[in-house]
Design a protein around this ligand. Structure first.
Ligand code: CP
Ligand code: NVA
Length: 290
């Protein structure tokens, strides 16, 4: 069984996943009944709107049964060690998708069980988001012909996006203020790393940003607000991109911080298409892994 903890786990299958996601979007009945009789755990240690709803809807549409588990209810590592939880869930479920504070929890769940484990966001990656993102980008122009500029905190979303864009042959740029750039060991070869937002956005066909303070970093918020001053994607900056560039954000967004209202509400903002693709791309992932 394959797990999907990082984009690189399925990099060679990304073209298929994107194609299936497009087909699932076009046909509401796509894959109907394919997961009949399968029990899929959906485990959340952190809050969620898009991921929580899209995963449950995808499992239900495919005819499977979602089993929703909360972080406090399961108490991985507090109530019970991760390896015991993994071995129990392995006997009871056919697959497990989990959003965790610490990526090592996912690795332990995957290592001690045989069922597929899917990362629904960790501190290191947000791979399901990246599948939705490249499916969204591909609606506008092939990812291989795209220049994707991620501006802001080089976080879980940026890392997963970089792997997905590079795997599909696109150009990936990441620009962050000093101290908030990517760990090059976490990135694929070929990513252009910058410390200048305007340089990153210039000529890009897709401009992406995410919050400056991710879940679990709330104590750093005031330091981060200071460090990211001047890094907002505002209209002037967005205009440096290609004439038909699209704007992406995984959401939730903080208007007035990483993105100006006029950009997130711009006619070329595709943030709600991305949110919808969370459903279609998770459908594709379930079909691929189960
Ligand atoms: N983009 C995303 O993962 O949103 P949620 O945190 O609401 O699931
Ligand atoms: N980088 C954000 C993404 C939320 C979907 C976080 O980890 O909180």
């Amino acid at each position: 069984m394959t797990d999907f903890l990082r984009v690189r786990d399925l990099a060679d299958r990304l073209p298929d996943l994107v194609e299936v996601a497009h087909r699932a979007k076009a046909d509401r009945n796509f894959g109907l009944g394919h997961l009949a009789g399968r029990q899929i755990g959906l485990f959340f240690e952190l809050p969620s709107t898009r991921t929580r709803v899209s995963t449950e809807v995808a499992v239900r549409r495919l005819g499977g049964d979602p089993v929703v588990l909360s972080g406090s209810g399961l108490g991985v590592g507090t109530r019970e060690p991760a390896n015991d939880v993994a071995r129990v869930l392995d006997r009871l479920l056919d697959g497990l998708a989990a959003r965790v504070t610490d990526h090592r929890t996912l690795e332990q769940l995957a290592r001690h069980g045989d069922i597929p484990v899917i990362n629904l966001l960790s501190d290191l990656e947000h791979p399901c988001q990246a599948v939705a993102d490249v499916a969204t980008i591909a609606e506008h122009r092939p990812v291989a012909d795209s220049v994707v500029a991620y501006v802001g905190d080089a976080n879980n979303v940026a890392t997963s996006l970089a792997w997905a864009v590079v795997a599909l042959g696109g150009e990936m740029r990441i620009a962050s203020p000093p101290g908030y750039g990517p760990d090059s060991r976490e990135l694929p070869d070929g990513v252009i790393v910058l410390e200048d937002a305007d340089e990153a956005v210039s000529g890009a066909t897709a401009v992406y940003t995410d919050v400056w303070t991710s879940m679990g970093q709330e104590k750093e918020r005031s330091d981060r607000l200071e460090a990211f001053e001047g890094w907002t994607i505002d209209l002037a900056r967005f205009r440096l991109a290609h004439d038909d560039a699209i704007f992406l954000h995984c959401l939730p967004a903080h208007r007035g911080e990483e993105v100006a209202t006029e950009v997130i509400e711009h006619p070329r903002s595709v943030v709600f298409d991305q949110a919808e693709y969370r459903l279609h791309s998770f459908t594709a992932l379930l079909l691929e892994l189960l």
